[in-house]
Design a protein around this ligand. Structure first.
Ligand code: GUN
Length: 292
């Protein structure tokens, strides 16, 4: 069993981006600039945004963090997004989700200029991705593909079972894995809450992508020997022995599943850091006017 090390892999990608950023600057061009919007003070969102902003600094990007109270009006938020759309110094815009209930997320996403939509959530980018055209690919699925690429995992003709059909992870990763690319060329089964025989399907999987958001959902008896297991879950489970009061666990029961795998991503330190590397890649492409 080999661990797919998201920290090392994302660092390798960040190192490449740092070199490319230094080259831009040496040519007298400006560094990529990411604007992140955080509404309210959800603990997990705070952590994610802080590490996105920190990673920008590490590789020489500029970043701007806009923080708003949870009570901000939808109109005020949309006005800020429009200002960022018009600001030529800003290359990429991300609005951390989820947003408070009184704000229409769809409207917010649709307001972001598609050429600055480094999260790849705008329908224009989703449509282009489905059509196989250059597009911003959402960071988590993109990060998973970069991880498979980095470890040269042979995916061609393999049966990939994706558990969870979210717009952010499950649906796009199932499309990417089925495309005629490398990595890709998988036969994909996309499972969700109405799937019958989930265990039987998982037992047929060469590759499992678990993206359901339920701690320890995938157990040892669901995984065949030699499978590649990608764990997208980042679940906070109460743990009084930790200073924070919680520990992070994935959607996969690591202790049971890891011994059966050829490759597995740990939590933390697997898909999470890859998501950030993918976002930074998207932001670089936005800065040089190239989508995808
Ligand atoms: N919330 C959970 N995942 C994501 C993500 O990839 N991007 C944004 N903006 N918010 C999220």
């Amino acid at each position: 069993m080999q661990i797919l090390d998201g920290k090392l892999t994302s660092q390798a990608i960040k190192d490449q981006l740092a070199v490319k950023t230094a080259e831009l600057k040496a040519q007298g061009k400006k560094a990529p600039h990411l604007a992140a919007i955080l509404v309210g003070n959800d603990g997990a969102s705070e952590t994610y945004v802080a590490s996105k902003v920190k990673s920008c600094a590490e590789i020489g990007y500029n970043s701007t963090l806009l923080r708003f109270e949870a009570t901000i009006s939808e109109k005020h938020l949309l006005d800020h997004i429009n200002m960022l759309n018009e600001n030529v110094d800003i290359d990429g815009i991300l609005v951390q989700l989820p947003l408070p209930k009184h704000i229409n997320e769809e409207l917010v996403i649709n307001t972001i200029d598609p050429s600055k939509d480094v999260d790849g959530f705008h329908p224009m980018n989703v449509g282009k991705m489905v059509a196989g055209l250059p597009a911003f690919i959402p960071a988590t699925p993109y990060g998973i593909m970069l991880m498979l690429e980095h470890y040269k995992i042979d995916t061609k003709g393999k049966h990939a079972v994706v558990i969870g059909r979210s717009h952010i992870v499950g649906t796009p990763v199932s499309i990417l894995l089925s495309r005629n690319t490398n990595p890709g060329n998988c036969t994909v089964t996309l499972c969700h809450s109405h799937t019958h025989n989930l265990k039987e399907l998982c037992l047929q999987a060469d590759i499992i992508v678990a993206a359901i958001g339920r701690p320890d959902f995938v157990t040892g008896d669901m995984v065949k020997e030699g499978a590649v297991v990608i764990d997208v879950g980042i679940n906070r489970v109460a743990d009084a022995s930790k200073k924070s009061g919680f520990r992070l666990v994935g959607d996969v029961n690591y202790a049971e599943v890891a011994p059966k795998c050829s490759f597995i991503t740990p939590v933390p330190g697997g898909v999470g850091p890859m998501t950030i590397a993918a976002l930074l890649k998207n932001t670089y492409h936005a800065a040089i006017g190239q989508k995808g």
